[in-house]
Design a protein around this ligand. Structure first.
Ligand code: AMP
Length: 332
């Protein structure tokens, strides 16, 4: 039997290269060998209070972009999280055994308190239990995510093991974070620090749907410095980030070429950025063109979402039925 894989992305905007290399590229590679469920995490996105029309538009973006990247809806179950109410039911059960202290210790919750002190809602606090419900609803064992989600996965294991212990069974398997290329990846942004992330602004991200002109502009504005001060010096973070991006879109020869120029102190950042932008455009173009085509095909998108919801609910229903029995809910 094929192992089950689950992962999702919050519809809070368009997909960027971090989402692609941290998540979607793995979805595409895994779909042949695993029983895959890839969803659009619209329940999660409610923590930031999108308007109804924004919410629908963002869900459509992700659906289109999943398909444009090569996820095959015949082979894989693609669904919208809110189409599967069993997820919300499992989330409720898991919340009964999730403790305030452990939820408050989550790094992403602490981050959110710092960045949005005016909106510290219970949905943010219980984000890890909803994520656990997403995974456990299909009893998945592998979760393709970026390095930023490692701690949440650890919490999923805590919740599933606790459930098993509490009810003295082994119903839920242990889910592990997964990346096709061995190590979990972190794609850096363009602002000189940290990871590529929508919350750091559009200038920090290259979106899959960005046009060549936008990519050139964003890369030309990426943070650099005054250049290397001595031969063979280590690269500061902002420069290393751009080299890391080059590593994923350019050929090894190109990377070596600029690496050598940097070591010899003869690199010109203008040329380096131009090459990076052009290679990024070559990478992006086929996906962007598919995004443009698919966005117009409403009938097909509706059909994919409906088919995915049916398949996801079939699997979710089985889990919820068993969980209800384990907990002790019985009909009279
Ligand atoms: P989010 O946009 O936070 O909902 O993330 C969706 C998926 O993309 C998760 O699996 C993340 O691990 C992954 N992801 C987001 N940003 C990055 C990044 N900069 N590097 C690697 N993976 C990322």
């Amino acid at each position: 039997m094929k192992e089950t894989v689950v992962s999702g992305i919050r519809p809070t905007g368009k997909l960027h290269l971090g989402n692609y290399f941290g998540a979607v590229a793995n979805f595409v590679k895994m779909q042949h060998d695993y029983n895959c469920y890839f969803f659009i995490a619209d329940l999660h996105s409610l923590t930031t209070h999108p308007t109804p029309s924004d919410l629908h538009g963002y869900v459509k973006h992700i659906l289109v972009e999943y398909l444009a990247c090569g996820i095959n809806p015949e082979e894989t179950t693609i669904y919208v999280q809110s189409d599967v109410p069993e997820v919300a039911e499992l989330y409720l059960y898991l919340n009964m055994n999730a403790y305030l202290g452990e939820l408050e210790r989550s790094a992403s919750f602490k981050d959110k308190i710092r960045s949005h002190p005016d909106n510290v809602n219970a949905g943010l606090l219980t984000y890890p239990t909803l994520m656990a419900a997403d995974i456990l609803i299909h009893r998945a064992t592998k979760v393709p995510v970026g390095k930023d989600q490692e701690q949440h996965l650890e919490m999923t294991r805590t919740f599933s093991n606790r459930f098993n212990r509490l009810y003295n069974n082994d119903f839920f398997p242990e889910a592990q974070a997964y990346n096709f290329s061995q190590n979990l990846v972190k794609i850096p942004g363009l602002d000189g620090s940290g990871k590529m992330s929508k919350s750091s602004g559009d200038g920090n991200c290259i979106y899959l749907s960005d046009s060549p002109e936008v990519i050139r502009k964003k890369i030309s504005r990426a943070v650099t410095d005054g250049g290397p001060a001595e031969e063979n010096q280590a690269k500061p973070e902002a420069i290393q980030n751009l080299f890391d991006l080059m590593k994923i879109v350019s050929t090894p020869d190109t990377l070596t070429h600029f690496d050598e120029l940097y070591s010899k102190m003869s690199i010109r950042y203008g040329d380096f950025k131009k090459q990076l932008a052009e290679d990024m455009i070559v990478f992006n173009t086929p996906i962007r063109e598919k995004i443009e085509d698919l966005s117009k095909d409403t009938v097909y998108l509706r059909q994919v979402a409906k088919h995915g919801a049916l398949k996801a609910r079939e699997s979710a229903h089985k889990t919820i039925k068993a969980v209800r029995e384990i907990i002790g809910f019985k009909s009279f």
